[in-house]
Write a protein that binds this ligand. Structure first.
Ligand SMILES: [Zn+2]
Length: 139
């Protein structure tokens, strides 16, 4: 992302985030992680195509979700993931996709199904509401 766009995204998101988030290609589900005090987005290079010519909004949304966990400092807490934290990260994913030019239908591809809530994650329908709320702020 070009520096001026990154600065505008940071300002518009309301985060005065100064640290760097590094990406680490690894055979692992995409996730936010802390290693030796540094923030990482860990992803499987074989799984994540990033679109290769055509924008893969789902992949961008998943990465945005993990960045949202970092921005909200969820990775520093020892608590298990909970629904509220997931919805905060979903809102940031929607915000980022809106800011980067996704249409609302493209942003909502992040949770296309109808999975019910689990112990760790909200239902897809609730997640789409969070993504759309974030998208409306970012677009
Ligand atoms: Zn999450």
């Amino acid at each position: 992302m070009e520096p001026s766009k990154k600065k505008r995204l940071t300002k518009r998101s309301g985060n005065d985030y100064k640290s760097t988030i590094r990406c680490l290609a690894h055979r692992s589900p995409l996730q936010a992680a802390i290693h030796r005090g540094k923030r990482y987005i860990v992803f499987d290079r074989g799984y994540t195509s990033w679109g290769e010519g055509e924008t893969d909004w789902h992949a961008i949304g998943v990465a945005g979700h993990e960045i949202g966990h970092h921005l909200a400092s969820h990775v520093f807490t020892s608590e298990l993931s909970n629904h509220a934290e997931e919805l905060v990260a979903d809102q940031f994913a929607g915000f980022a996709m809106g800011f980067l030019g996704a249409r609302t239908d493209q942003a909502l591809t992040l949770f296309p199904g109808n999975r019910p809530a689990s112990a760790s994650h909200p239902a897809d329908a609730d997640r789409r509401i969070a993504v759309k709320a974030g998208w409306e702020r970012g677009a």
